[in-house]
Design a protein around this ligand. Structure first.
Ligand code: NAD
Ligand code: USQ
Length: 403
């Protein structure tokens, strides 16, 4: 298969590109390197020493004898370059990772909200428009988020995208339907993903575009079988207050002796998936596309759910790290239960990597190994959700590092 990987320099996109290339697919990465520029803006960086794209691709060629093409372009802005690439290369599938993906970054200021909306919505819409304009029957696989659902239910498991409902007509008849699960975003970033869903529903209905939307949980871990082949292929590991996600942050904090920063009571329950399973899920999604004219295929790409304070406890038990309960900089429920269906991927053969299998290795092989690269000043989450917080009341209380 010829596959375009949009956002192929990122945390999920890079290991996915290698995995698909290793399976024999012909890969083209398109990425404007905006994530690396945001690192410059935030004066932060990956805990792991990620190499420039040219070095990465050369190392992959040396390891596996396979070429991956790379184009540096902004898919939210350079529509005609994107269209021309699609027309000339004629990919069978496009995997779309190319969005601003951090909730805290999206809430930092009006600039960051507007950037996230402009970037993410235009990126997604340009891809859809270009697929239609090319006239090709391309399968689009998009990385969405569990956060489109919000994180609670009325006591049922969150279904895979669609909610069965029954309405009573004016004549008293009962009509059954399936509708998109009601969107309930918790940040401007998550909001863009809920809007993406409407683009997809429309283009599937109007133009018969074959679309898979993968509602992914929080990805943890760093490396995959392919990125482990050579240190020059290493994947990124974000730990800063904007881009670091909770479990990887806890692992890194434990490694540098920084108390684990649990927001509020840590009662937030979230869905998780290991990066190795992410790349396998993308493979499975590409191997099982929807039919032309079918509604958007939505799969929940997660393998387990955990409460944040339980994760902190687990990491603390493994490492001896202290736990600090800090003021929550976000506007979110203090406590929630989360039950999610993920039967579709399990039925396709996903064999999940569980926290219990992978956690210790991640602490030792990555967090401790690269701890010397950490900048502890980048750890606190300084992005806040509301105007009152922006006005300075109350400011998040951050723990003092212990070493
Ligand atoms: P990332 O920021 O590491 O990677 C995104 C990549 O897209 C970056 O390399 C960036 O430079 C590129 N990009 C962004 N805007 C672009 C544009 N306009 N044109 C070209 N390239 C652009 O993020 P990630 O963690 O790899 O996430 C990838 C996708 O998966 C995102 O859409 C995210 O919403 C989704 N997702 C991620 C997680 C997670 O925990 N990391 C969880 C659920 C869903
Ligand atoms: N949290 C802490 N301490 C920290 C960091 C986070 O307690 O140091 C808490 C947050 O308050 C939140 C939870 O942990 O309740 C998750 O935060 P996160 O930063 O790990 O994840 P989130 O902001 O939801 O975003 C991440 C990815 C995003 C993806 C999403 C999937 O950055 O791209 O869409 O996970 S999901 O959470 O399922 O919506």
């Amino acid at each position: 298969m010829k596959v375009f990987v949009l956002g192929g320099d990122g945390f999920c996109g890079w290991p996915t590109s290698l995995h698909l290339s290793d399976l024999g697919h012909q890969i083209t990465i398109i990425d404007n390197l905006s994530r690396r520029n945001i690192d410059n803006e935030l004066e932060a960086g990956s805990l792991t020493p990620i190499r420039p794209m040219g070095t990465r691709l050369k190392a992959w060629r040396e390891e596996r004898g396979r070429d991956i093409a790379f184009y540096n372009l902004d898919i939210a802005k350079n529509y005609h370059r994107l269209l021309t690439l699609i027309q000339t290369e004629q990919p069978d599938a496009v995997v779309h990772f190319a969005e601003q993906r951090a909730a805290p970054y999206s809430m930092k200021s009006a600039y960051h909200k507007r950037y996230t909306v402009n970037n993410n919505l235009n990126a997604t819409h340009n891809v859809l428009c270009a697929i239609v304009e090319s006239g090709l029957d391309i399968h689009l696989a998009h990385l969405g988020t569990m956060g489109v659902y919000g994180y609670g239910t009325a006591g049922m498991k969150i279904p895979e995208g669609y909610l069965p409902i029954e309405v009573t007509t004016d004549d008293g008849d009962k009509v059954r339907q399936e509708i998109l699960y009601p969107a309930n975003p918790g940040s401007i970033y998550h909001l863009t993903k809920t809007q993406d869903q409407l683009f997809f529903a429309y283009y599937a209905k109007n133009d018969g575009v074959r679309i898979t939307d993968l509602h992914q949980g929080i990805v943890w871990g760093t490396n995959t079988r392919e990125t482990l082949l050579n240190e020059k292929l290493i994947n990124r590991f974000d730990y800063d207050g904007d881009y670091g996600t909770v479990l990887n942050r806890f692992l890194m904090q434990a490694a540098v002796g920084y108390p684990l920063t649990v927001h509020g009571t840590g009662g937030q329950t979230r869905a998780f998936i290991h990066i190795q399973d992410t790349v396998r899920c993308i493979q499975l999604a590409l191997e099982n596309p929807p039919e032309r004219g079918e509604r958007v295929k939505i799969l929940n790409q997660m393998t387990e759910t955990h409460r944040v304070r339980d994760l902190a406890q687990l990491v603390s038990e493994i490492t001896g790290a202290k736990i600090a309960f800090v003021n929550n900089p976000r506007k979110e429920d203090a406590e929630n239960d989360l039950h999610v269906r993920n039967d579709l991927f399990l039925d396709l053969g996903l064999n999940p990597t569980t926290l219990s299998q992978g956690l210790l290795g991640e602490v030792t092989n990555i967090a401790k190994r690269y701890a010397h690269r950490a900048d502890l000043e980048r750890i606190p989450c300084t992005s806040v959700w509301t105007r009152d917080q922006h006005a300075g009341v109350p400011k998040p209380r951050m723990p003092e590092p212990t070493s």
